[in-house]
Design a protein around this ligand. Sequence first.
Ligand SMILES: C[S@@+](CC[C@H](N)C(=O)[O-])C[C@H]1O[C@@H](n2cnc3c(N)ncnc32)[C@H](O)[C@@H]1O
Length: 428
Amino acid sequence: MTARELALRVLLELDGMRKSEELLNRMLETSGLGKSDRALAKELVAGTLKYRLQCDYVIARFYRHDYAKAAEVLKNILRLGVYQLMHLDRVPRSAAVNESVKLARKYKGDHLAKLVNGLLRNISKESIILDGWTADLPEAKRLSIIYSYPEWLIARWITRYGIDAASTMLAHGNLPPATGYRINRLKTDPENLLVKPELSDAKRVTGAEGLGHFFFSKSFDRMEPLLKEGLVSVQNPAQGLTCLMAAPEPGSTVYDMCAAPGGKSTFMAELMENRGCVIALDRTAAKVARIASNAEALGITIIEPREGDALTFDPGCAVDTILLDAPCTGTGVLGRRAELRWRTTAEKLRELVELQAAMLDRAASLLSPGGVLLYATCSVEPEENEHQVEAFLQRHPDFVMESSRLTLPGSSEGFDGGFAARFRRKEA
Ligand SMILES: C[S@@+](CC[C@H](N)C(=O)[O-])C[C@H]1O[C@@H](n2cnc3c(N)ncnc32)[C@H](O)[C@@H]1O
C-alpha cells in the first residue's frame, strides 16, 4: 500500500469518535512503509482533514455534477489531490495528479479515474483565486474558506477576540504543531541535558517563571532515546504552566481528577520531588495503564493511578491540591487535533459546560479548607473558561480565585491555547 492509499483508508475509516492520529499510527504499524512515506502519510491525513472545507469549496467549483452527492471515497481522493496541489510544495504536480488517478481507478474504476484526472488538471495555485472568489462574502464565511474552519466558530472568535486575534488563531491552527518537551528534574537538569549533541536544535523556553525545564525540538527521532530513558516527557509548556500555577508542595496530597495520559500528574510529581502522593484518576483501565507506564518511565513512585468517574470517585483522604484538567471542546489545540474543528459543535459545547460545572462542584466538595483547586481547559471558549469560573465562585462563596490565565493559540510561539484558574478554599 502506498502512503496516499493509507491516508485515504484513514480518512474513510475515521468515525466520529476516534482520533485520526491513533488510527493512523495503528495502520502504519502494519504498513511496511519507510520513514519518508510514513511522514507523507501523516502529512496527508492531517492536512486533508484540516483543509477539508477549503478543498470541498475548490472541488465544487470544478465538479460538473452535484458534488454533495459524490461517493465518500471519490470525495476523499479529490480532497487528497487538491490538498497536495494547493499546500504541499514538495510534491510534484504530476505525482499529486497521477497518484490520485491511480487511486480512483483502483477504488472506482476507469470512468471516475478520468473524472479525477480532468478535475485535478484544472487545479493549480494560479487557477485557484480564493481571495478573489470570496471577496464579497461576509467576513466569517470568507475566513472559513480561506483558513478552512467552521463558520460558526470563526464568528464566535471574531465577536470575542476581534478580527486580528481571530485570524492569528486560525492561521496558527493550520501550522504543523510544535512539539514541546519537559526535562525530568528527578533525573537531570537543563544545563546537563541541553549540551547533548542530539539536542543541538532544541529551543529552550524562556520568559515565564519556572518554564526553564521546557524546550521545543523538531527532531522526534533524536528524542526517542531520551524519552525511553525518562529524561524528558512530551509536554507543551502551556500545559506545564498549569502545574506551575498549582504549585503542589513536596510531601502534600494531590488529586488529579482527569489525569490520563498523565502529563500533568507526572509534572506535579516532579515538582513535588517525588514526595507525597498524587492520586491520578481516569475513567478507563486502558487510560489508567498509560498513566502508570508514563510515571514508571520517569522514575516516579508517588503516583497512585485509579480508575473511576470523577463525578463520584472519592479519594478517601484529605487533599491539599485538586487539579481538574477538564474534558473540553479543545478549541485551543485545533492545530494539534486535525479533525477536531469539524467535531466541535455548539451542542457539544453546552454539554461539556454542564459536565465541567458538575466536576467543579465535586472538586469543591472534596477539597480540604485552605486547599488549592486548579481548573484548566485547552479551550478558548468563554463559557468553558471565564464564565465557568464566575459561576463557580457564585455557587461556592467559600472559594476565592487567586489567579487566572488565558492563552490564545499563536499568541506565544509554540504555546497551545488554553485557560487555567487557581482557587483557594477559605480556611473554615
Ligand atoms: C484534558 S484530558 C486530561 C489530560 C491530562 N490531565 C494530562 O495532562 O495528561 C481529559 C481526560 O478526562 C478524562 N475524563 C473524561 N470524563 C471523565 C470522568 N467522568 N471521570 C474521569 N475522567 C474523565 C478523559 O478520559 C481524558 O483522559
